[in-house]
Design a binder for this molecule. Structure first.
Ligand SMILES: O=C(O)Cc1cc(O)ccc1O
Ligand SMILES: [Fe+2]
Length: 441
């Protein structure tokens, strides 16, 4: 059953399906019939193509949309560098320490762009490979501004509050326990529907998110395609001053224009933003013995060049039943060839009942950095009576897992002042050897 328990209902209209070819018009007749670029589009609109992949990408990967708008996106002044750039991805420090952060603060003063903080990342948008992990916190609406990233797709994971996202392709409301993806280049403006917002973002500098293969699971399960929702066209006619903020090679630039960027009357295509309710995830797990790999909890996956190896997997740990017999049920002790950045939307996480991993906090276990249940969790799990047990009721932890070794930003290590000094001391140093064997007595 979906677990979502939303305070604020969603008034917007959506089109269902993942990666589908959608079409939507807010005025009947705005979409051309049987062609993309008529000599004179209906109602005096301009036709503009937005390419999400190379023109020549194979059909099953090709992503593009046609937008029918009042003015083309190109009608703006020159871009100028914007001061106070906070997302610049330099100075990332690669360290093998396990890291954990206390909950990140709200920021009542910031809007969406000001409230983006780079925590960790790897690679380079200019070379179109890598990723960036941000936390965001904002307390006010964006002004007459539209933001876009030329660097990568934003996977937005709200932890608190309700984001009303006005995109070129329509409105999306996304709340804690939902996610949304805004692909590279799409312009949007974030407003707050219910007070301050806070959450996490994974930006991928290469490719796009896909649904994971289901293999022997079969043709349904995990995140089902029909539960993804794309917006419907909604335009405004506004000739006041607007600013376009571009994130380009990890720097911010601004340009001005005298028309709303949200003037798309109709669009068709498969390159668009979308949302998904994590409560709809169809969780599978062991019904016999042993703890399966967390890849069974993958919602979305952005591939690297190596088959089966993600540049970024988005993995969730929803409420679920544990029934495995004669099994150490929490996550196993682990050293991974991938890096694991975790966040907590609500509740607890079953590897850390000892506390310290709290909603709005985070942890990072980098490539080959040892991690696993804390001492209290180990003690509880090895002594537990193994009856069927529901874990994570009203909880939602998640992981951004990447084949890249992620470095931590100065903001993440120092400025935010949330790094827990005692993570190892609290979690794993209290573990005691229980080894007993005749030869050791
Ligand atoms: O808590 C973690 O580190 C994530 C994780 C979860 C799990 O169920 C198995 C392995 C793993 O790395
Ligand atoms: Fe792990």
């Amino acid at each position: 059953m979906p677990v979502s328990d939303f305070k604020i209902s969603d008034p917007f209209a959506y089109q269902n399906g993942f990666g589908d070819y959608h079409e939507t018009e807010s005025i009947t007749g705005a979409l051309p019939v049987g062609q993309n670029s008529p000599q004179r589009p209906a109602f005096g609109l301009y036709a503009e193509k937005l390419s999400g992949t190379a023109f020549t990408a194979p059909r099953h990967l090709n992503q593009q949309s046609w937008l029918y708008r009042i003015l083309p996106s190109a009608a703006h002044s020159e871009f100028q560098p914007r001061e106070n750039v906070r997302t610049a991805g330099t100075n990332l420090r690669q360290i093998p320490n396990q890291l954990r952060w206390d909950p990140f603060d709200f920021d009542e003063q910031a809007d969406w762009v000001e409230g983006l903080h780079l925590v960790a990342g790897a690679g380079e948008p200019a070379m179109r490979n890598g990723l960036a992990i941000y936390v965001f916190a904002a307390g006010r609406d964006m002004g007459k501004e539209a933001f876009y990233s030329a660097d990568g797709d934003f996977l937005i994971v709200p932890q608190h509050g309700v984001l009303d996202i006005q995109t070129e392709m329509g409105m999306i409301r996304v709340r804690a326990n939902e996610i949304c993806v805004i692909p590279r280049g799409i312009r949007y403006r974030v407003c707050l529907a219910d007070g301050p917002i806070r959450g996490y973002i994974c930006e991928i500098y290469k490719g796009h998110f896909q649904l994971p293969e289901l293999g022997p699971i079969g043709s349904n399960g995990l995140a089902n395609a029909r539960d993804f929702q794309a917006p419907t066209a909604k335009y405004e006619e506004d000739t006041s001053s607007w600013t376009v903020v571009a994130k380009f090679a990890n720097q911010l630039f601004t340009a001005s224009q005298t028309h709303s960027p949200f003037d798309v009357v109709a669009w068709h295509g498969n390159y668009c933003p979308y949302k998904y309710d994590l409560g709809r995830f169809n969780t599978v797990g062991s019904i016999s013995y042993d703890h399966p790999d967390p890849s069974i909890f993958t919602v979305l996956s952005a591939p690297s060049d190596t088959p089966g190896t993600a540049l970024a997997d988005f993995v969730i740990f929803p409420p679920r039943w544990l029934v495995a017999e004669d099994t150490f049920r929490p996550p196993y002790y682990h050293r991974n060839s991938m890096s694991e950045f975790m966040g907590l939307i609500a509740g607890d996480y079953d590897a850390k009942i000892g506390g310290g991993f709290r909603p709005a906090g985070a942890s990072l276990h980098n490539i080959m950095s040892a991690h696993g249940p804390d001492a209290k969790t180990h003690q509880g799990a090895t002594n537990a009576v193994l009856s069927p047990q529901k874990v994570g009721s009203k909880s939602m932890a998640f992981m951004f897992e990447s084949c890249l070794m992620v470095g931590v930003s100065t903001w993440g290590l120092e400025t935010c002042q949330k790094v827990q000094e005692d993570y190892n001391a609290e979690s794993w140093e209290p573990l005691r050897a229980n080894f007993k064997h005749e030869s050791s007595i």
